[in-house]
Design a protein around this ligand. Structure first.
Ligand code: HEC
Length: 154
């Protein structure tokens, strides 16, 4: 009986001891997943911008509905920005260029997403008129740069 108790006690000590590193790992894994998720969101936006830029430079032929959908894709992604960035990720071990100001200056940061969304929708509206698209692309690009300059580490 005494032996059993000791074994049981030892067992629970081991479980408690093991639980802490496991919890730390879970934080790291979930923070890493959050960082990867927001980077994928940005990479999708970047990919659409790159494709639109290819068209603007005359390097890619693309039909108008495709151009409009690329711009709308950016607008849609902008809508997911606040939710993707809101969770802080102090335990992430994967590379991130998000500056701490994202969370200490959250309202200003989050306001960048509706700005980007409006600019992307204006770009979708300009499809069919390459001159107007050029101006709209410029405005959209400014929303990227404005946020990146302030909220990304170099
Ligand atoms: C409201 C702020 C904000 C706006 C607007 C914004 N970004 Fe970002 N972007 C970020 C932040 C913050 C990161 C860093 C994410 C990280 O590393 O965790 C980032 C990262 C990126 C990355 C790198 C992703 C990676 O894999 O490391 C690309 C590409 C990118 N943005 C493209 C764009 C483009 C193109 C636009 C405009 C159409 C744009 N972003 C608009 C905040 C913004």
């Amino acid at each position: 009986m005494k032996k059993l108790l000791t074994a049981g006690l030892l067992g629970s000590i081991m479980v408690v001891g093991a639980a802490f590193p496991m919890m730390a790992q879970a934080d790291e894994a979930s923070d890493n997943a959050l960082v990867e998720n927001r980077k994928m969101l940005m990479d999708g936006i970047g990919g659409a911008m790159g494709t639109l830029g290819c068209y603007m430079k005359g390097q890619c032929e693309l039909p108008d509905p495709v151009l409009a959908n690329l711009a709308k894709g950016i607008a849609f992604a902008a809508g997911s920005g606040p939710a993707a960035f809101e969770p802080q990720t102090p335990d992430a071990s994967v590379k991130t260029t998000a500056a701490g100001d994202v969370w200490t200056n959250w309202d200003k940061f989050a306001a960048g997403f509706p700005e980007m969304q409006q600019a992307a929708l204006a770009l979708a509206d300009a499809v069919g008129d390459k001159g107007a698209m050029g101006a709209a692309m410029g405005n959209l690009g400014k929303t990227c740069k404005g946020c990146h300059d302030e909220f990304r580490t170099k």
